[in-house]
Design a protein around this ligand. Sequence first.
Ligand SMILES: C[S@@+](CC[C@H](N)C(=O)[O-])C[C@H]1O[C@@H](n2cnc3c(N)ncnc32)[C@H](O)[C@@H]1O
Length: 505
Amino acid sequence: MQPKQKTTEYKIPHSGPAREALRVKGQFWTPAWIADAMVCYVLADQRKTIFDPAVGAGAFFVAAKKIASTIQLQGFDVDAEVLQTPSEELSPSDFANVKIADFVLTPPAQKLPAIVANPPYIRHHRLSAETKERLRKLCLEITGQTIDGRAGLHVYFLLRALQLLQNKGRLAFILPADICEGVFAKPLWQWLTKHYCLEAIVTFAPEASPFPNIDTNPIIVLLRRAIPQATIQWAYCHEAETDDLWKWMASDLHSNSYTGLTIHQRDLSEALATGLSRAPQQKLSGQLCLGDLAKVVRGVATGANEFFFLTCEQIKQIGLPEKYFVNAVGRTRDVKGDQLTDETLGALQQANRPTKLLALNGEPLESYPASLRTYLQYGESLGLAEKPLISQRRIWYKMESRIVPPILFAYLGRRNSRFIRNHAGAIPLTSFLCVYPHRTEEDYVRRLWQALNHPETIANLALTGKSYGAGAVKVEPRALERLLIPEKIAQEFGLTNTAPTLFEM
Ligand SMILES: C[S@@+](CC[C@H](N)C(=O)[O-])C[C@H]1O[C@@H](n2cnc3c(N)ncnc32)[C@H](O)[C@@H]1O
């Protein structure tokens, strides 16, 4: 049942209305090397039917026919048009049992033995309030609890499919990694792994992503409706289009030696605690993490950058006194390399980029000079004081304060994340994290910065951060403090555990 054959290539539009239309319906097709493997898993034990709740152009139907030409193809899609996408492998009769309907809200009546899906990835803010309410009730009905409202439609696809999975049935879903990382993830996986047997998770290196042009980091979830097990298989696929993924499924997850895949057997409890999209992580005794050496705090959230974060030119034009401002950096792309110097700030000022943060301590309005008072009154007239973040401050124009951090971390970027040595005394806004080493001698800070920027340390970011595909990671302050510094790097740069005392934020 080796399914290797060339299948139709689907092109994904990069931008414009065609891309927007894809986003609204979540229409991104699964490539053959992934569809073949997922179908192979769910069709083990010669199942006679396969069900795809979001059929689209039929990538999983093509894969299923390669494995068993007589297989019964069933499914749903909301869009009749996509079923007619021309294909060499499928004819209209293959779609005869596809219902044009919403799978989540109007599901099929019967239980299903084999479910495979690449559900639409539609984020919560694209769902109507009415749909969200129905989804909330659905979750309560299926799991006995509600989950955070930020869960996208794909989460409910999974829940509905789990509800319809027959006893001993198998399910394979390819999903964005937020399914394991989002705010809703913990209760979802606690519930799921109590009621289903999670068999395996497949993750992908950025260079092996099944969707190389899309800014999501996908994972494959493989499970059965059976008694839960205490261990799972966790695979990291580092070779795009590798046959190994399919071969692993064909061995029913029994083999574990492949060149394109690294497979770990993990305790379910460890995998859930670490995060299912992350590699096993064990801090060995004596191994250092950043939190042993430094404190991490997010950059300043102004609540209204256009008002508080200005260019030198604007300050001059409005006639505001310089002494109320501090140097600041707003965007990660404003700092090109891994050092922020006076020259960097000078170049930004030349380019008319904002570099000045209005850093008021919240003194009474009357104590300020006339030009500043007028500016603040203008801010009030814009309704700034009522904006969500600003309204939480006792005095709306009082800025969050930060000691100048010696090191910054640029934490979401399509280019590599990096640690930036701050020689310019600048305060960062929220695109950065502030790193405050426990020791402040110049030589120590330099060694720490070099150790953090070492490629082997940077590689560990993927273990703690949230991944966004194409190698981009977003890291929260506490997560960055868990960043492991490889032992040999710590030794090379002479780093040892230090007590946190110097900086109190
Ligand atoms: C990501 S595509 C996957 C298509 C195909 N199965 C594949 O893997 O290439 C998701 C499909 O879900 C469909 N869809 C969106 N919302 C849906 C819903 N509520 N019920 C059923 N299908 C839906 C879209 O029209 C789209 O064809």
